[in-house]
Design a protein around this ligand. Structure first.
Ligand code: SF4
Length: 275
């Protein structure tokens, strides 16, 4: 294990964090995916520096939540395995189903990029999911793959709220700019509002959707907030919510989801539900 110092380069914020980086070899590069529209999953990292409060990936990959954002494994052998597996495995590859393939570590290690180079050579369709504008670095590669799709998560356009709930991720402004550039290039793209945060107001939802609409992207995918033990405490501790029950108010969640759908219709955006 070795330590690297990273500066998280968000919207004008420069929070120095220390990330423990370790080699995490894998035995399979492309496990099957059960997510809708995906056949295979590719996750070059274990852990994610973006450290979103609501992340449910640690539960899926059975990693301690406490170190999810501060100890990140890189699957050093994944490009080699991928090369072998792509000779027989066909189907749409979801890139970043349980980690962000464009988290800061990718700037240094280029693992996602190396994987993309293999995928392009074998011509599999891909669907990339990220919260980072680093995806623009690879946009030519992505666009040269078979049937590329890119989803950028924009949970909120409120910069201060995003800083609290997604402390290590690029700012909403940068994500919106990335979505704009991807859309301009004619790549099939969508904005993921995932999860819809049940405590935000309708005005904030409208602002976020207007910001998404202004990028030229016409698809909005939404996901619900998945509760887990400790989630409410994390939101309370980060001063995102001030009282208990805000995250479990199912009536409010239903109302807000319908509001998102109705606003999408009003703005001419295609509304889709994830998972
Ligand atoms: S970007 Fe995705 S994988 Fe990374 S912490 Fe956030 S929700 Fe989890």
């Amino acid at each position: 294990m070795f330590d690297l110092d990273f500066f998280i380069d968000g919207s004008g914020r420069k929070d120095e964090i220390k990330v423990k980086v370790y080699e995490a070899k894998c035995s399979v590069a492309l496990p099957k995916s059960s997510l809708p529209g995906l056949d295979l999953a590719l996750n070059p990292y274990v852990g994610c520096e973006h450290g979103c409060l609501y992340c449910f990936a640690p539960d899926i990959v059975k990693r301690p939540r406490e170190t999810w954002a501060t100890e990140v494994g890189y699957r050093s052998n994944i490009p080699v395995l991928l090369n072998k597996e792509l000779r027989t495995k066909r189907g749409t590859i979801g890139i970043g189903t349980v980690t962000d393939p464009y988290q800061p570590l990718e700037k240094v290690l280029l693992l996602t990029r190396k994987c993309l180079m293999e995928i392009v050579r074998h011509d599999n369709p891909i669907s990339v999911q990220t919260k980072s504008d680093l995806v623009l670095r690879d946009i030519e590669l992505i666009s040269s793959s078979a049937r590329p799709e890119v989803g950028i998560t924009i949970t909120t356009s409120d910069e201060s709220l995003a800083l609290k709930v997604e402390p290590g991720a690029p700012s909403p402004r940068r994500r919106l700019e990335a979505l704009s550039k991807i859309s301009e290039q004619g790549i099939n793209c969508y904005a993921m509002i995932g999860p819809v945060l049940p405590f935000v107001g309708e005005e904030e939802v409208t602002s976020t959707l207007e910001a998404i609409g202004s990028t030229g992207c016409r698809r909005v995918m939404v996901d619900r907030l998945r509760m887990r033990p400790g989630l409410e405490e994390a939101f309370l501790g980060s001063k995102v919510v001030w009282t208990t029950g805000c995250l479990t108010d199912t009536v409010r969640m239903g109302t807000l989801s319908r509001y998102v759908r109705d606003e999408c219709v009003r703005m001419g955006l295609k509304f889709e539900t994830a998972f």
